[in-house]
Design a protein around this ligand. Sequence first.
Ligand code: ATP
Length: 282
Amino acid sequence: LMKSLGRPLSPTDIMLADRLGEGQFGDVHKGILYPDTTEEVAVAVKTCKPDSAPEERVKFLQEAAIMKQFNHPHIVKLFGVVTQGLRTYIVMELAPLGQLRQYLLLNGESISQDILLNYIKQLCSAMVHLESKNYVHRDIAARNILLLSPDKIKLSDFGLSRWLEEADFYVASRGKLPIKWMAPESINFRRFTGSSDVWMFGVCCWEILMRGVKPFMSIKNDEVIGKLERGERLPLPPDCPPSLFNIMNHCWQYEPEERPSFTDIEQQLCVILEQEKHFNAL
Ligand code: ATP
């Protein structure tokens, strides 16, 4: 595991500052990384509680091992890890504007449709990268997308991500799962594939177009699967181009084989964005 974790950092390379949020294993802090004597870089530091068991630490560090595999403009970058004494940190690129969902809720209508479509395009490009490396993210949602600047997002939170070795699916063990974002086969059989990521991407597009509204707000988790099996789906967001809603509905095909790949979606999005630009220019 250690070899796949990127550069080992010393605790003295990092200064911890304000708390940004809370993760599953411990607090997340803003910090400064001093890669050498002349440079300083603003970072986010995920910490693992000092009293956690060794197995927990290994699980915590798994996320860094996964992040290390990616090099993409729309995926949060890993700088390295600290594992010294009781200190176990994951050091990554800071997203100064925080979670996309909060940003959408706070700024609402002042964010143009153009910008929203761009977020979707950027997210899709990150997913094409994961797809090409045979990874499933398993938790694509607006709460797991971070903002670097008002027009640049990055996918984060690889805590549930897995590499699909020879098998082409991953069966999750019990645990908290984001039911309202999940494909029917993930809810029913805990089965996760590239196609279930495609379903989740569709739900995440819906959240973005709804400017931060959560999917299936008014129903309980255990009512979701019944609704999906009766063929019900999330409604058309206001001002959503019908061609885009059409893609989203393809992402929500009941049968995983009938859903498009991220490469397909990327091509279709390219056409839609061009059309929208043209339309808006008229
Ligand atoms: P959960 O699974 O409960 O979401 P987690 O262990 O996966 O928790 P994250 O969601 O990744 O942890 O991080 C917790 C919070 O810390 C996030 O909601 C976000 O607000 C903040 N955060 C995480 N990474 C960054 C980052 N790179 N830049 C800025 N803020 C971040």
